[in-house]
Design a protein around this ligand. Structure first.
Ligand SMILES: *[C@@H]1O[C@H](CO)[C@@H](O)[C@H](O)[C@H]1NC(C)=O
Ligand SMILES: *[C@@H]1O[C@H](CO)[C@@H](O)[C@H](O)[C@H]1NC(C)=O
Ligand SMILES: *[C@@H]1O[C@H](CO)[C@@H](O)[C@H](O)[C@H]1NC(C)=O
Ligand SMILES: *[C@@H]1O[C@H](CO)[C@@H](O)[C@H](O)[C@H]1NC(C)=O
Ligand SMILES: *[C@@H]1O[C@H](CO)[C@@H](O)[C@H](O)[C@H]1NC(C)=O
Ligand SMILES: *[C@@H]1O[C@H](CO)[C@@H](O)[C@H](O)[C@H]1NC(C)=O
Ligand SMILES: *[C@@H]1O[C@H](CO)[C@@H](O)[C@H](O)[C@H]1NC(C)=O
Ligand SMILES: *[C@@H]1O[C@H](CO)[C@@H](O)[C@H](O)[C@H]1NC(C)=O
Ligand SMILES: *[C@@H]1O[C@H](CO)[C@@H](O)[C@H](O)[C@H]1NC(C)=O
Ligand SMILES: *[C@@H]1O[C@H](CO)[C@@H](O)[C@H](O)[C@H]1NC(C)=O
Length: 774
């Protein structure tokens, strides 16, 4: 190490000897002292540098009218009247001068009170800089107020008119925190840029009578933030606080020279000498500062300007290698490897390498690194191929776990039944749903999350991501999937395919655009469904349920029929969805015992008690949907009175008490014919029978509803359906009478005007019109 250092030094010294033969021309008084700011701290040649302890660099100069400074604003009156001598800038006592700032003695405003609250002592503080090239530094200074019952204003004028203030309060001495100027005993605020004069005035909010015990005086001053530290209550009680602060906390002034770089250059009065640059300051009054260029040092205001730094003298200021020769260049240096060495010569680069032994070493290391590199590549390739195989294996495992093989079997034994459905890959669906993005979620249910996706042929699909399944469910799940792909009914949501490679199976359905029936009945105020739509939706739903119960090769019980599971497309065509809970019923077995599943409010009470699942459970649930369609009420509503909470029982009760029309939705009453309403109500009543055997089959229900739809297609019924603008908010008696007017036309033998009188009973088995199955 020391040998290296020695070598370095000797190289440098020899290099310097070669280049530095004539650099002793400027040897000012400053060079004799050690300088900290790289040669700035020099005075004009022949001028004193020091006044007491203060170093006065050019453009400042000691002596008024001595010509030692750049101008009269920069003359320091070194008053020898006092000992040590007091340097004055005008009348301001100077503490320190740097290349951008001057620190001067502070003035501190103070107010002192006696115990009864009388102001017994007052000092105000102000400092005026006039049209000098000085401004109060906005970054280094803070306006500070000390006291417990005080506020102070700082008023600025000359250059910048501003008023600011600070309030400092406290009621107990224990609240005062040492070191913190946050408004409790001490408050600080900033000043604006370009301030040239300030005046500080103190006032008390009370008169210190409440805090006099620990705070008889208050103070305000502008001063260097880095020089002041608040000492809490001990500052309040220090009788010397004002004198101490004036001596220790200076005010910082920014100084500039000239007018502006461009102006002074034009007038050829630019203060910046050679190898320096000029920088305008945006204080608002013009002026600029000079700085040495990179690689140069010295005082940029003093002729002949900044001097080149000989980086080669100091090992720390160059980065040449031990075996390099440092050559100083103007503003920089150059490292050149010595004879017998090659390289860029820099310690932080390649350095200098001896030429003799270089070839074998390079060959060897080259060979070694090539060998190592190829080994590395081989290992990496191997690793990735193993990873890939593991990944594929995992997906195959999921596929099998999710019944992929079983499904394939089913497909092949099903002779083309599954043509239209597809097994999607995990990649395809990830891409389709934009990696299962939150904004693609269409809905969440007990069974999983449904995403909107776009599959490669630009088709929009709904992708259901199931909850994690246990293995025992898988066979049934697969059966359902296979059956559903076979189900081809226009009112059943089409299952397009699935993906079994993932841990949980993903199902891909056709996308139905218009939301759920539940939403249309209960949430959407704008798209109120007309009676015709309602009837059609009911008929379509009943038809598809009937189809599921009978037409499929094995009956399918949906188990969760509800308005939220009936989707509507743009034409309000109903599509039953969510077969997540549905079960297959083997043909030889009419009932299966299984875990009770379904939605409260729609749940068949018999099934709930016996756990015996039949198609009639779907009939019950459908009855609730019908009631929902007629009344516009939710099947279960805890906010309603006790007897009205459950729509099914409420509906039956209302029928029994002959006041059904009071709970029907006004629009339904207005648009539906009496016959239709009676028939549907009766149908609801039958569907909701507690004993499942008394309920009609889904097929019967479907046929009746279909018959009613045919009936509505009479033109004169349509005319009434056109009236849409009547407010439908109130289910009131007035609406009832209005409604009954609509039905004065004798539509059927049952329309006897009984509604108006309230006598009409729907609780009669005889009112069914003859079924008119297409
Ligand atoms: C040194 O520089 C001065 C002026 O810059 C010149 O007069 C003198 O001849 C130079 N001396 C040598 C040895 O180069
Ligand atoms: C320059 O200053 C050094 C002291 O730092 C002194 O030894 C030398 O004689 C001075 N040279 C001139 C020309 O003043
Ligand atoms: C600078 O000079 C002062 C005395 O004037 C001395 O105490 C100090 O150690 C010197 N600093 C350096 C870095 O030489
Ligand atoms: C001048 O500096 C000396 C030592 O650095 C110090 O003891 C003295 O107090 C200083 N004088 C003034 C007036 O700052
Ligand atoms: C310099 O300062 C002293 C003391 O304050 C004062 O008496 C004197 O007049 C000043 N000189 C000039 C030229 O202002
Ligand atoms: C406070 O000062 C006022 C006016 O100077 C005087 O009247 C009063 O007696 C003083 N109170 C105390 C407690 O010194
Ligand atoms: C100081 O304030 C107190 C109450 O706030 C009042 O009683 C007292 O007269 C005031 N003293 C003076 C000198 O105003
Ligand atoms: C500040 O106010 C004075 C008078 O109040 C006005 O003459 C001067 O122009 C103002 N200065 C600025 C910078 O607005
Ligand atoms: C503060 O300084 C002034 C003058 O410099 C002096 O008259 C006064 O006694 C000093 N105050 C204290 C408390 O030392
Ligand atoms: C350093 O020296 C090399 C060769 O002597 C030269 O090509 C290069 O320009 C020099 N760099 C500087 C900054 O002078």
């Amino acid at each position: 190490m020391s040998l290296n250092l020695f070598l370095c030094l000797s190289w440098l010294l020899s290099a310097q000897a070669a280049l530095e033969t004539n650099t002793t021309s400027t040897n000012t008084t400053a060079t004799a002292t050690n300088t900290t700011t790289s040669g700035f701290m020099v005075s004009k040649p022949g001028c004193p540098l020091k006044c007491g302890n203060l170093t006065v660099p050019y453009p400042f100069g000691i002596g008024v009218g001595s010509g030692c400074s750049i101008g009269s604003w920069f003359e320091i009156n070194c008053s020898t009247a006092s000992n040590p001598p007091k340097p004055l800038l005008g009348s301001l006592e100077v503490f320190d001068i740097s290349d951008t700032q001057v620190r001067i003695k502070n003035t501190v405003a103070s107010n002192c009170y006696n115990q009864s609250g009388a102001l017994i002592h007052q000092n105000t503080a102000w400092t005026k800089l006039g049209d000098s090239p000085y401004t109060f530094s906005d970054t280094a200074n803070k306006f500070t107020v000390i006291g417990c019952d005080d506020f102070a204003l700082i008023l600025g004028s000359e250059g910048r008119n501003f008023t600011s203030g600070c309030v400092s309060l406290c009621s107990r001495s224990v609240d005062v925190l040492d070191g913190y100027c946050t408004g409790i005993g001490c408050c600080q605020t900033s000043i604006p840029k370009g301030l040239k004069m300030y005046f500080a005035s103190l006032s008390s909010l009370g008169n210190h009578s409440k805090v006099w015990g620990f705070d008889p005086c208050s103070y305000a001053f502008l001063g260097a933030e880095d020089s002041f530290k608040f000492n809490g209550v001990s500052d309040f009680l220090d009788p010397n606080f004002r004198n101490r602060t004036m001596d220790s906390v200076p005010v910082v002034l920014d100084w500039v020279v000239g007018q502006s770089c461009s102006e002074d250059q034009k007038l050829n009065t630019l203060a910046c000498q050679q190898n320096s640059y000029c920088a305008d300051l945006d204080s608002g009054f013009g002026g600029y500062l000079c700085s040495c260029n990179k690689g140069y040092e010295g005082n940029p205001y003093l002729s002949p300007g900044c001097q080149d730094i000989n980086e080669c003298i100091n090992c720390d200021s160059n980065n040449c290698d031990v075996n390099a020769i440092c050559i100083n260049t103007p503003g920089s240096f150059n490292c050149t490897c010595a004879h017998g060495y090659y390289g860029d010569g820099r310690r932080d680069g390649h350095g200098c390498i001896k030429q003799v032994s270089q070839f074998p070493v390079i060959k060897l290391s080259l060979g070694l690194s090539f060998g190592f590199l190829s080994l590395l590549i081989a290992v990496t390739l191997l690793y990735f191929s193993i990873k890939r195989r593991q990944h594929i294996k995992l997906r195959e495992k999921f596929f099998q776990q999710n019944g992929g093989l079983l499904m394939k079997q089913q497909i092949s034994s099903n002779e083309g039944g599954l043509e239209s459905s597809k097994i999607f890959t995990a990649e395809e669906l990830k891409k389709a749903t934009n990696n299962y993005a939150e904004d693609r979620i269409l809905g969440r249910g007990g069974y999983g999350v449904v995403y909107k996706g776009i599959v490669p042929n630009q088709r929009i699909v709904a992708i259901k991501k199931s909850r994690i399944m246990d293995e025992t469910q898988i066979e049934q799940f697969i059966n359902e999937v296979v059956i559903l792909t076979q189900v081809n009914h226009r009112n059943v949501v089409k299952l397009l395919g699935c993906c079994l490679e993932t841990e949980v199976p993903l199902l891909v359905y056709e996308y139905v655009s218009n939301g759920t029936l539940f939403h249309h009945i209960h949430k959407s105020a704008l798209s109120w469904l007309s009676w015709d739509h309602r009837l059609r939706i009911a008929a379509e739903t009943a038809g598809s349920l009937a189809y599921l119960h009978s037409a499929a090769s094995k009956p399918i019980i949906h188990r969760d029929v509800k308005s939220a599971n009936i989707l509507l497309d743009d034409n309000y065509t109903a599509k039953i969805s969510d077969f997540g809970a549905s079960r297959l019923v083997p043909l030889d077995q009419t009932q299966v015992t299984t875990l009770v599943q379904g939605t409260l409010g729609y749940l068949d009470p018999e099934y709930f008690h016996t756990s015996q699942l039949t198609e009639k459970s779907d009939v019950y649930s459908f009855g609730v949907v019908l009631a929902e369609l007629m009344t516009g009420k939710k099947p279960l509503c805890p906010e309603r009175p006790q007897e009205e909470r459950n729509l099914a029982t409420y509906f039956i009760l209302s029928m029994k008490e002959n006041r059904l029309f009071q709970i029907l939705e006004p629009r339904v009453v207005r648009e539906g014919t009496l016959d239709q309403l009676q028939t549907v109500a009766e149908l609801v009543k039958r569907c909701l029978k507690l004993i499942s055997e008394e309920r009609p089959t889904m097929k019967e229900v479907a046929m009746q509803l279909e018959g009613l739809r045919k009936f509505t297609k009479h033109p004169w019924v349509h005319q009434q359906g056109q009236e849409e603008s009547v407010s439908c908010q109130e289910e009131s008696v007035s609406l009832m009478s209005e409604t009954s007017d609509l039905y004065t036309v004798p539509l059927s033998p049952y329309n006897t005007g009984g509604i108006v009188s309230g006598q009409y009973s729907l609780d009669s088995q005889t009112i069914f019109p003859a079924n008119s199955p297409r």
